[in-house]
Every structure is written in C-alpha cells, then in structure tokens.
Design a protein around this ligand. Structure first.
Ligand code: HEC
Length: 378
C-alpha cells in the first residue's frame, strides 16, 4: 500500500511541478483550470474544459486527464457534450493521448449515449469504430435499453458501412448473428440495411475478398428477419475468392480430422483420397463429400452399401460400414478435413450441425443406400 502511494506521488509530482513551465499556454493557470473543471457551476466547468484543451492535447497530464475522465459522468448534459469535444481534441495528440481519448469516449457512450457524442466519437476514432462497437456490445453496462443507445449502435454500424471496409462489415455481421433478437440487434441491422449501396453496377457494391461466412450463417438462420437481411446484403455484394479460409476453431478441427482420417479411412480411401479400384471409391472431387451435410453425416455414422456413382463414375464395391462410435465433434472434424484436403474448397460444418443431423437420423441401423440418400434434401 505504502509503495503504491509512493509510486502515485512520484508519477504525479513531477508533472505537477513541470506544468507552468515550457509548453504551457500563457495566461492560463493550471490550478485555475483544475478549480474550474471541479467547480459546482456547469458554465464554469465548460469554460475550463475549453481553456484546458491545448494543454490536454499537448502532453499527458494525469491530473487533468483524471478530472476529464470523471467529467464523462457529469450530470449536466451540456458539460458532457463539451467533454466529448474536449476528448475529441485531446485525441488529436500523441498516440497515448489518443488511446486515453478513445477509452474515455467509450465511457461517455456507456454512461450517457446521445447523438452528438457519437458524432464526436466517429470523427475522433475513425479507425477504431469496429473495436469500439464490439467493446460496447461486450460491456455488461451496455446491455439494458436506455435513451440514446439504439442511436449509438445504429450510428456506429452505419459509419462502418459507409467506410466500405469489408473486414469491419464482416465484424458487424458477426455481431448481428450473435445478438439475440432485441433492441441491440435491431439497431445494428438498421445501421447496416439503411446504408447498403445501390448495387446497380458492380463498382457500387460491397467488395469482399471471400464470400463472408457471416453472411452464410445469416442466410441459414432460423430467424426470417435475418434471412431476409442476408438476401438484401448478398444482392449488393461481390467477392473474388470462392471460399473463406478456416477460422481458428475450424483449423483446429481440421488438424484433428486429418488424424482421424489417418486412423480410420486411409486403409481404403488412401492418403491421397483417390481410393483404389478394389477397396474404395475416390473422395477427391466427390459430390458426397462436397455437397450435402445431410448425406455425408449419414455415410460417416452408418455407412453406405450397394452401387454408388461418384463424380460420374459407377462403383460396385463391398460397401462401407459406418463409424457410430465417433462423437459429433469428431465427425465435424473429419468433414472439415475432407472438405479442405486435396485442394477442396468445401464449406466447413459445425459440431452443432452434426448433432442436429444425428438427432434427426435417430437410431437408423445399418448402412444407407444411394437411393435413400438421394431422396434427402440437400
Ligand atoms: C474398409 C474400407 C473403407 C474404410 C475404412 C472407409 N471407407 Fe469410405 N467407402 C468405402 C467403400 C467400399 C465405399 C463405397 C460404398 C458402396 O459400396 O456403396 C465408401 C464410400 C465412401 C463415401 C461416399 C462415396 C465417395 O467416394 O465419396 C465417403 C464420403 C466415404 N466413404 C468416406 C469415408 C471416410 C471419411 C472414412 C473414414 C472415417 C471411410 N470412408 C472409411 C470403403 C471404406
């Protein structure tokens, strides 16, 4: 404790001493500023904040910054507005001041969200809007609906859309997917939907490097509102690459899948996935691997028997027994591996999706036939 107090004194003391020397604004006494910012009179607080701006943006002054930080919770609306502006100007300074301003502005949004503050935030923290949005969403103090909050979320989402920064847009879509229905999801959605480009010509579309997985998730959602939103977004989007890289969780599953493949499948389908003319058909380029989750999960859990056509070629082999002993995550891992090995560009699957399909299958005994599988929807 004593050490902590000592440290604090050591950090504050030199600053206190130094101010009033070089770099200060002539004619404005630092102690007057401190007194003004702490005054009971809102007008004096505002005047002091304005007068303190050059000093705040000039260099770190922990005492002034501490007071400014406390004023983010000022009961007076006008004062808070001035705090936003002063923070915006402070943020024009060195990186450490910019970071201070960003954190304090976020506090301001949590404590008292309003339109003018969010405008200042957008101007001041242009490159940090996506981070700020995520931090707000993750902040438990921002969970309940309160005046101005919808407006804040909408304005931040809107700004990211207008910046046309594809990574940030994907982040917003991710946030929308993870939000339960309610005022927050509604605000984010309207920020996105109201600022979509017209998409009439290609140049006026949202450009992504890969087809955004977030958009696929939205399209597959059980929620009609999200599905409709996804359609609208997809209509005005283009992408160059066909398939997005695996995310971290999926990559980990891919590695597990590779090992499971080596243990359970290599003997017949071979390491290169091409199979052999006697033991097993090829998996490379196989529609059974690449197309339907419903069918592939069934083949892996219960097996396949009878003639089967793979990539246009008919195979009549001795059949394959399934692997009912593998759990949902292991099946997901195998599928992700099959769909991305051998230069495949298939869609990964989630463990939850495997679980859902297995629950649907119930206790189907014995291998499936091609005819039965083809009857299932894709
Ligand atoms: C004992 C040999 C054998 C093993 C081991 C085996 N398979 Fe098969 N697999 C076959 C045969 C034979 C068929 C064709 C079934 C038929 O006759 O209808 C087949 C068919 C398939 C098919 C559908 C057809 C195709 O070529 O796309 C997939 C997918 C598949 N296997 C994946 C796997 C995976 C993944 C594993 C490991 C978890 C595995 N198999 C293990 C023999 C095997």
């Amino acid at each position: 404790m004593i050490v902590a107090v000592r440290l604090l004194v050591l950090t504050l003391f030199p600053l206190t001493l130094l101010s009033g020397q070089s770099g200060d604004v002539p004619g404005v006494d630092r102690l007057d500023l401190i007194a003004g910012m702490r005054s009971a009179d809102p007008d004096r607080r505002i005047a002091a904040l304005r007068a303190a701006e050059p000093r705040l943006a000039g260099r770190s002054d922990l005492v002034l910054q501490g007071i400014l930080r406390r004023l983010t919770k000022d009961p007076d609306r006008e004062v808070r507005h001035q705090v936003a502006i002063s923070l915006g100007n402070t943020g024009l300074g060195r990186p450490v001041l910019k970071r201070f301003a960003e954190v304090s502005l976020r506090e301001l949004l949590v404590f008292a969200a309003d339109r003018s503050t969010v405008r200042v935030v957008i101007q001041c923290c242009e490159k940090k809007i996506a981070t700020m949005l995520r931090e707000l969403i993750d902040d438990p103090r921002f969970a309940a609906e309160a005046e101005g909050r919808s407006e804040v979320l909408r304005a931040l989402a809107e700004d990211l859309l207008l910046q046309r920064d594809s990574e940030a847009i994907v982040e917003v879509l991710d946030l929308i997917n993870q939000e339960p229905p309610g005022w927050r999801r509604q605000a984010l959605l309207s920020g996105v939907l109201m600022n979509l480009p017209s998409g009439i010509i290609d140049a006026d579309k949202l450009h992504f490097a890969f087809r955004p997985r977030a958009l696929d998730r939205m399209r597959a959602s059980e929620d009609a509102q999200l599905r409709q939103a996804a359609e609208r977004i997809a209509k005005v989007s283009t992408w160059i690459g066909g398939v997005s890289p695996l995310d971290r969780g999926e990559s980990a599953l891919f590695t597990r899948g590779e090992r499971l493949y080596g243990l359970n499948c290599v003997a017949c389908h071979r390491q290169d996935g091409l199979g052999t003319s006697i033991l097993a058909p090829p998996l490379v380029g196989s529609e059974w691997v690449l197309e339907s989750d419903e069918r592939l999960v069934r083949i892996l859990t219960s097996g396949l028997t009878g003639p089967v056509t793979v990539a246009g070629k008919r195979y009549q082999m001795s059949g394959m027994v399934g692997f009912p002993g593998l759990d949902d995550e292991q099946i997901a891992a195998l599928i992700i591996y099959l769909r991305r090995a051998w230069e495949h560009q298939g869609e990964p699957i989630t463990t939850e999706e495997v679980a859902r399909i297995r629950a649907e299958i119930g206790d189907h005994r014995g291998p499936w036939t091609e005819v039965e599988l083809l009857r299932l929807r894709e």
